[in-house]
Ligand binder design. Structure first.
Ligand code: PGA
Length: 241
């Protein structure tokens, strides 16, 4: 069973599109589907039989925080997962590893499952710095955490995110294997490592065919109904478990 995590980002801007997509997601049997819509579409999630993520994590458990979600909102909408440290938050909102670390700690304290995104930029990849960068990110983002019940780490090379070009599956496999080695230092009850960056119906199986790639984080393609249908057919008609 692989994770198929659909990150809508801010692509879905009408209720009709949101409803249409939500109706397309169930039954990616035997895989686990997690959907991360914008907050405005949370009200549509009730009674849906798949899992939900927030596109960002909470900084503090309780208290005044303009623009953030309260723990009761997570509970109310049965949000189980939180994407933390996405490169778009790191780059456009100047989120630091320190803040990301705090969000991970708060999320774990609230019983949420972090989906931690790490990855290098194009220049760093070209200079052979991928391992160094993702190691630094992991060490800073998980600082002070020895025991983690449940964690998903998404390897997302920044340059591969749509409209960039997807990573070569064999290269992302190397990064994912490396991540698994460095994550051995932590006591993680349930760890999954997945790939993200321009995954679509044409290339999804090239990533998922590796047992080490335990899922994918899908942005743009997961908001296009025709693509979602094709992705579903691809994974359903394949022996990948
Ligand atoms: P993409 O987004 O599939 O549109 O590249 C993936 C992500 O950034 O989560």
């Amino acid at each position: 069973m692989k994770y198929l995590i659909f990150n809508w980002k801010n692509y879905v801007s009408s209720e009709a599109q949101a409803r249409l997509l939500l109706n397309l997601y169930p039954n990616f049997f035997p895989h686990r589907v997690v959907v991360a819509p914008s907050v405005v579409w949370f009200f549509l999630l009730k009674k849906k039989n798949f899992l939900f993520a927030s596109q960002d994590g909470p900084v503090i458990k309780e208290g005044a925080l303009t623009g953030d979600l309260s723990p009761s909102i997570y509970r109310h909408f049965k949000i189980k997962y939180v994407i933390i440290g996405h490169s778009e938050r790191r780059n456009f909102h100047q989120e630091t590893d320190g803040l990301i670390n705090q969000k991970i700690k708060t999320s774990l304290a609230l019983g949420l499952i972090p989906i931690l995104c790490v990855g290098e930029n194009k220049k760093q990849r070209q200079s052979g710095l991928t391992k160094k960068i993702i190691k630094q990110q992991i060490e800073k983002d998980l600082k002070g955490l020895k025991t983690i019940p449940h964690l998903i780490v998404a390897y997302e090379p920044i340059w591969a995110i749509y409209p960039g070009q997807p990573d070569k599956p064999a290269d992302s496999l190397l990064a994912i294997k490396y991540l698994r080695t460095i994550l051995k230092r932590y006591k993680i009850g349930d760890l999954k490592i997945i790939y993200g960056g321009s995954v679509n119906s044409k290339n999804i199986l090239d990533f998922l065919k590796y047992p080490e790639v335990e899922g994918v984080l899908i942005g743009k393609a997961g908001t296009l109904p025709q693509e979602v249908k094709k992705i579903k057919l691809k994974v359903a008609n394949n022996k990948i478990k």
